[in-house]
Design a protein around this ligand. Structure first.
Ligand code: ATR
Length: 291
């Protein structure tokens, strides 16, 4: 436990429920490794109290906050400013203190970008298949467009939600990048072995529903050269198993979680977290998951 004294800076996470978050474990480990006098704690406001919570946090001189489900959109109206990426995505997960209030960022997409860089997963010129059109999907699809993906097939059970994201992002980037489709129409995507980067953003397959997978057709997985599942509980989802069995390289979402946190920590403290500290943070959350 980090020592708390009169100079301790406080950061935290706002979510409801908040009990299962790994963020306090990660951020307190980073602070400890870096010798920072900083603690990170969970906050669980009710929806009706969200605005008061953010105002109160600012009044209490809280340095920074993460925001998670269900408040990533709702919190926007309590902010003094919003970063360009977060604005385009329409969701923030990190609040950084400024003189006039908190500025909102979306380190989910920045975290995914850094995870991709580390794994040498390129987006420029790629054809990407994104599964799911919920909150996480918009950050992922935004990143794909921003980094110059040639085409993103956005597949969702509810077509309208995919269409909404496609319309917004094709407008933002002024090109026909995102093609919204109903999940069941996946066979309309040109079939070619090892052609696509596939990114799974839905909650299907997440603990305890580990037998679920968004797409059962084993044959179609042969189209993927790389598969990335945002889920990290478990780290080997059925999606990852099917992708690997079909010959794709496959990655789980723990690095994205790690880097969204690391980038938030960097924004709050205006530093670059050294690599060996990042590795330590990864070990700590990995170990926590095994508990
Ligand atoms: P998050 O914010 O974490 O992305 P979400 O907004 O609840 O989570 O989105 C969950 C995603 O999983 C959605 O794309 C959802 O599809 P719908 O938009 O059609 O609801 C998808 N999903 C959840 N259960 C599913 C199921 N049984 N079959 C197909 N897709 C499912």
């Amino acid at each position: 436990m980090n020592k708390v004294d009169g100079r301790t800076r406080v950061c935290g996470i706002i979510a409801n429920p908040v009990e299962h978050t790994l963020s306090p474990i990660l951020h307190n480990a980073l602070a400890q490794e870096l010798g920072h006098n900083l603690i990170y704690v969970p906050f669980k406001p009710e929806a009706a109290g969200l605005e008061a919570a953010v105002k109160g946090a600012f009044a209490l001189n809280i340095l920074g906050l993460n925001v998670s489900v269900p408040y990533k959109q709702e919190v926007l109206k309590s902010l003094a400013a919003v970063d360009e990426g977060a604005k385009a995505i329409g969701a923030v997960n990190t609040l950084v203190r400024t003189d006039s209030g908190y500025m909102g960022y979306n380190t989910d997409y920045l975290g995914l970008r850094r995870a991709f860089e580390e794994e040498k997963i390129a987006l420029e010129g790629q054809e990407v298949i994104v599964f799911g059109a919920g909150g996480a999907s918009k950050a992922v699809t935004y990143l794909c467009c921003k980094e110059g993906a040639k085409k993103v097939y956005l597949l969702n059970r509810t077509r309208e939600k995919a269409e909404e994201i496609a319309k917004a992002l094709n407008g933002t980037f002024q090109r026909d990048c995102v093609c919204a489709m109903q999940l069941a129409e996946y066979r309309e995507i040109p079939y070619q072995e090892k052609r696509y980067l596939a990114i799974q953003t839905s909650s299907m397959g997440m603990y305890p529903n580990t037998e679920q997978v968004i797409l059962e057709d084993r044959e179609f997985y042969r189209c993927f050269h790389t598969a990335f599942d945002l889920i990290y509980t478990p780290t080997r989802t059925k999606f990852i198993q099917l992708a690997e069995a079909a010959g794709a390289k496959a990655y789980h979402g723990l690095k994205m979680l790690l880097y969204q946190g690391v980038i938030a920590y960097e924004l709050w403290n205006q530093i670059a977290v050294p690599d060996q500290v990042v590795q330590k943070g990864y070990q700590v959350i990995e170990k926590e998951l095994q508990r």
